[in-house]
Design a protein around this ligand. Structure first.
Ligand code: ATP
Ligand code: MG
Ligand code: MG
Length: 369
């Protein structure tokens, strides 16, 4: 029996395990002391993290898995390294390290000729101000570490806002100052690399964000040209190879003209790839499990076009269950305002009816919010 361990106990861990169970795998999960584990409690053994649990002790507590993977980039990389003598850690800790720090991530892109927003890393008021003047307004300032769902970010349009924001940012926090990108769309790619070095790419996905949080996706993305699609695969391939990556890697882009500019990467399965559960042959979750288990990758060409709507602090109406081309995924979390508690996938052969249905569903779930 194949036994795998996941660092983290949220919905991404849950959906990886659900896909893995179907392939005959069993699971254990590592939880932070205060982590909510309701999504994975019945899907395997949950181990609470303690300071003594490192290396062999952690490997044993996790049930001696053949591979360990992660559901988020904010993990203790040093702890992961202590597991490497005992099992495969995928993606590798050095790849995760690149994605944990926005400055390091952008330096990595620059070193490999991949376009990002103009940027400068700075700490403290005076340096931040210099960096902003150097990049030119408008800018977005982001903390280098720990941010997600748009947290730890400040959009600055004019010099008055600059002064106000600078007094809000603590003096010791390292930040990246990014030029504001005037994009036409946001898209992302879910890519995969197996342990034998085989690569695969799902079609580019188009993403709608509100207040920095993903609300809906539609795939394949409607992009300016064939060359835009080719750029996405090429950039993903470069990053996968240079990081000697194993597993699913997700990349968020801005579309500017017919060019792609990298916003950020995530060393894991991604919310914008959830549609692959319904319209994929192998979902992103299945391909991640395959990749970290030494199996060949599954098909990434979708069966139909697809869309996904996040349930952010919302329940779905049971009448939805009557729609034939609709699938509901719930994470077994309690409802709180804005909390990601599930998502709905839709699919259709044609784009126009899919877009229409997504709009109607959005209205039904969120009203005029
Ligand atoms: P995630 O939850 O995806 O990890 P995050 O907190 O890491 O989000 P980003 O992806 O860096 O945040 O930014 C959130 C959103 O803010 C982006 O999807 C985009 O809409 C907007 N944004 C970020 N950086 C820029 C930029 N340089 N120019 C224009 N818009 C931006
Ligand atoms: Mg992010
Ligand atoms: Mg993002």
């Amino acid at each position: 029996v194949m036994h795998l361990a996941i660092i983290g106990c949220g919905q991404l861990a849950r959906m990886m395990a659900l896909a893995g169970w179907r392939l005959g795998a069993t699971f254990s999960f590592l939880a932070e002391p205060d982590e909510n584990t309701s999504g994975v409690d019945r899907l395997g053994t949950v181990v609470k993290r303690t300071p003594e649990l490192t290396g062999q002790a952690l490997f044993d507590a996790l049930g001696q898995p053949s591979s360990v993977t992660v559901e988020r980039e904010h993990v203790d990389v040093e702890l992961l390294k202590t597991l490497q003598p005992f099992c495969l850690v995928a993606p590798n800790p050095d790849a995760i390290l690149v994605s944990q720090h926005r400055g390091r991530e952008k330096d990595f892109m620059a070193a490999h000729g991949i376009a990002t927003a103009p940027y400068k890393v700075a700490t403290g008021r005076a340096n931040l101000k210099d960096a902003v003047l150097h990049i030119g307004l408008p800018v977005i300032i982001k903390t280098c570490e720990q941010g997600y769902d748009g947290k730890g970010q400040w959009l600055i349009r004019d010099s008055q806002a600059l002064e106000e924001t600078l007094s809000d940012i603590p003096d010791h926090v390292e930040c990246v100052v990014e030029g504001f990108v005037n994009f036409s769309k946001e898209v992302s790619i879910i890519s995969a690399r197996s342990s034998s070095g085989e690569c695969a790419y799902y079609p580019l996905t188009e993403n709608e964000h509100r207040q920095g949080i993903l609300v809906s996706s539609i795939a394949p993305a409607d992009v300016p040209s064939e060359s835009t699609l080719q750029q996405a695969d090429k950039i993903a391939n470069t990053i996968l190879e240079k990081l000697d990556y194993v597993g699913i890697l997700s990349i968020e882009f801005f579309v500017v003209g017919d060019q792609l500019v990298v916003n950020e990467i995530a060393p894991r399965v991604h919310n914008s790839g959830h549609w692959t559960q319904s319209a994929g042959i192998a979902s992103q979750f299945e391909n991640h499990i395959r990749a970290i288990s030494g199996l060949p990758l599954g098909e990434t060409k979708p069966k139909t076009q697809a869309a996904m709507l996040n349930l952010l602090g919302k329940e779905v109406d049971e009448t939805l269950l009557n729609q034939g081309n609709l699938e509901i995924h719930l994470y077994n979390k309690s409802l709180r305002p804005g909390r990601k508690v599930g998502h709905v996938n839709l699919w259709h052969i044609d784009r126009a009816p899919l877009v229409k249905q997504l709009k109607e569903l959005h209205q039904q779930v969120y009203g005029d919010d």
